[in-house]
Design a protein around this ligand. Sequence first.
Ligand code: HEC
Length: 208
Amino acid sequence: MNSERGRNLLAAAAGLTALVAIVSFVAVVVLAASGRTATDYQGYNLSRPWFDGIAWDWFLDMFNQPSVKPQEVGTFQAFPDNSVPRTGREAFIPPTAMMDGRLQRDVQPLNPQPATPESLVEGRVLFETYCGPCHGLNGEGGTPVVLKGMPAPPVQPLLGFLSEPHLYNKILYGGPIMPAYGYQTTQAERWHMVNYMKSAKFGKGGSP
Ligand code: HEC
């Protein structure tokens, strides 16, 4: 008797809930349809913004900035001023990426910095700062750090064989043991070091 009454109550409650849901859905649809005015591309009502009904000036500032709007015609090649970064940054070349059967890091990127005397001086100072402690100022290894167990090889005999992009990426990414110097150095500084390592002045000492 009791359980039957409970079941009846439960059924009534479920019916009522379904009814309320249907009525509110219909109400929302009817209200939405009747209130249709100018909307933006996402369907927001522009004359009565959705949160407090007041059309604040700044409400659409984020939308109304220089940018290519969805579906806008004729903007694909002509981006509005200041809407797209144009100086950019160097492309990320994953250390193991292949290109034409070779490691891409042995082929790219290409050195944009001519090996001017200034570049070689700059490169020498940077090499002696960042690389010298392990590889030696003249690239012949045997530094105190190596004697303590860091297996940094003499790089002097390798520099003739290693490509400029390889050396650049070696600084940028480091190696299995060698630390990366990408964060400490700028793009230009890395090319200065490459120029110095590839020059006849490398490891000759004397005043820079
Ligand atoms: C903390 C010690 C350390 C410092 C500093 C260091 N290296 Fe190395 N380097 C190593 C070790 C260890 C290896 C061999 C294993 C490896 O590649 O990780 C190596 C290998 C190399 C090689 C030969 C291997 C290859 O893949 O070409 C080059 C070239 C090289 N380093 C260049 C540099 C340059 C340029 C700098 C300065 C930006 C530098 N290293 C700074 C430890 C160091």
